[in-house]
Design a protein around this ligand. Structure first.
Ligand SMILES: Cc1cc2nc3c(=O)[nH]c(=O)nc-3n(C[C@H](O)[C@H](O)[C@H](O)COP(=O)(O)O)c2cc1C
Length: 172
């Protein structure tokens, strides 16, 4: 699938089949996460891979958006490793972790694995359930798996601003 086809075909899967994702596909998704660019190539991304029933059950205490997934990644960054802008101290962590998450989402789709990016989670509950140390900051949860036969894109999927609404300025 070429890139634009892939980018346009992907949609947030919110109903998963319980079938487990094959180990080689999990590894390919992790390889895509490793290939992501990060600020100054400091690679602060740190991931939890949740596959066991216990680990996935804990996730239901953290977010209402698990959608019956058989696989999830918690995408975090290590605040002590990421780049900080000298002008104002802003950390690259959320940006780095977001690029990583995007790579994973698209690498999954290429292999027939759907996902939804979840930001609606309780960070304190996440920290508690998975014993995250203070320097490890969660950015996203990527719930993944094969789409259930009844899965459909949400009506929101097709909504799009126009090219001209998006381009705020040209030829400055
Ligand atoms: C940063 C971010 C946070 C999101 N958080 C959630 C979430 O917590 N729960 C959820 O069901 N979907 C979440 N989504 C999915 C979006 O709602 C979805 O991508 C958007 O509506 C477009 O639909 P599509 O992915 O099917 O194209 C999130 C997406 C992004 C990029």
């Amino acid at each position: 699938m070429d890139f634009m086809e892939l980018a346009k075909a992907r949609y947030s899967v919110r109903k998963f089949d319980p079938r487990p994702v094959e180990e080689e596909k999990v590894e390919a998704i992790l390889a895509a996460a490793l290939a992501a660019p990060t600020a100054k190539n400091l690679q602060p991304q740190r991931l939890l891979v949740l596959k066991s029933r216990e680990a996935l059950e804990k996730l239901t205490h953290v977010t209402g958006c698990t959608y019956g997934c058989p696989l999830a990644f918690v995408v975090c960054y290590d605040e002590s490793v990421c780049w900080h802008r000298s002008f104002d101290g802003k950390s690259s962590g959320d940006v780095d972790a977001s690029i990583v998450t995007t790579h994973m989402m698209l690498a999954g789709w290429e292999q027939g694995i759907g996902s939804t990016w979840v930001m609606a989670f309780d960070p304190a509950a996440l920290r508690r359930e998975y014993h995250l140390p203070e320097n490890i900051r969660p950015t996203a949860i990527l719930v993944m798996g094969y789409a259930a036969p009844a899965a459909l894109p949400s009506p929101n999927h097709a909504a799009s601003i126009t090219r001209d609404q998006m381009v705020a300025g040209e030829s400055f």
